[in-house]
Design a protein around this ligand. Sequence first.
Ligand code: DON
Length: 305
Amino acid sequence: MGNVVDEFITRVYDVVRTNPSGEVADYIPELAAVAPDGFGIAVATGDGHVYEVGDTSVPFTIQSISKPFTYALALADHGVDAVAEKIDVEPSGEPFNEISLDPDTERPRNPMINAGAITAASLVQGANPAEQFERIRALYSRCAGRNLGLDEAVYRSEARTGHRNRAIGYMLRSFGVITDDPDDAVDVYFRQCSIEVTCRDLALMAATLANNGVNPSTRDRVLNPALVERVLSVMTTCGMYDAAGEWVTEVGMPAKSGVGGGVLAVLPGQLGIAVYSPRLDRHGNSVRGVQACRELSRDLELHFL
Ligand code: DON
């Protein structure tokens, strides 16, 4: 198996590396400061081994790949039913930062768009926002198997420019979806998006989801299997935003992208996959990340849906 995985990821890396398309995110000034051509692929197996090629130890911010993990923490803190009263699980077909709620339910449509993610952040238990954030950081760290930190510069940049997310926070507060100070919820969300990871970290985080919530490297039981199942379902239908339909058709794995250039994909029971490449398509998904996952899915016959 080892040589096969090495061979495949190297082949996919060589093919996909030649794709120069896409643009680095620049709507948060600090995000524009990355090397646009960075590219890495990491695959973590059920025994905790990580196969790597390219820029797999370059740090970047997790951005929206944080959303499934904070959603998992909200589910662990409150249970599936209580969280479902606040956040639906329907694909929105809308861009990630749409300022909208489902008109019938007056809830965010899912936890992968910002409205649902900010709600999930608000639901994380803690006496104050600092404690909520610390619990979030601790959970991501256990999934990655090492202590993750915050990229202060990206956090400050996002906090300075994130007016649209503040608008979403106030909308949520006015509809009673958030019951506390919306600025606090949005600040926790900005911080979670600014947690720094590498491609290798994301592969282990994906493998923790693939392995029913147990980190395959540290053997730490981080999440309960029933919650992981729900998180993976939502990632399948909503993880790639308005491109989710195409993703399920072509790749078929639960996945999540972030504007920092990461893509995380999960083959349940088997593998965690991560790709890093900061050039994005118009949906905000990494161009080479999507392409690499499509190639890996085809080569390793991962397509199971
Ligand atoms: O603007 C935001 O909400 C970001 N900090 C996170 C967005 C993100 O990663 C969207 N995904 N592709």
